[in-house]
Write a protein that binds this ligand. Sequence first.
Ligand code: 5GP
Length: 120
Amino acid sequence: MAYDPNNIFAKILRGEIPCKKVHEDDHTLAFHDINPQAPVHVLVIPKGAYVSMEDFTARASDGEIAALFRAVAQVAEMVGVTAEGWRMLANVGANGGQEVPHLHIHVFGGRRLGPMLVKG
Ligand code: 5GP
């Protein structure tokens, strides 16, 4: 899938749409999801234009890749979910249910999150 520079997260990165920022560094931005599915629901995204995990790991630098995973853990610490447990999740492509075509990792917490997948 080609990267669409008009996707909503690209607009957030360009400052065209506001977000409730949790964390930012040279390579990543993290912000609260607009429609939270749990008491804590934060999205962590690379600043680079990557659609998917396979696109990211093929084209991103080692520094960008390390930064994304470090940011996920830092965000989990910052929002206070590490003691009781949390979940990270990335929907990729059509079968994954990805709605926004800019790679993002969801950080969920604040309650028992239940089964990993809906059965069926
Ligand atoms: P996906 O289904 O692609 O894995 O997740 C996309 C997520 O982006 C959804 O959880 C949705 O609520 C969130 N989202 C969509 N538009 C916006 C927006 O404008 N701002 C923020 N903060 N989150 C958004």
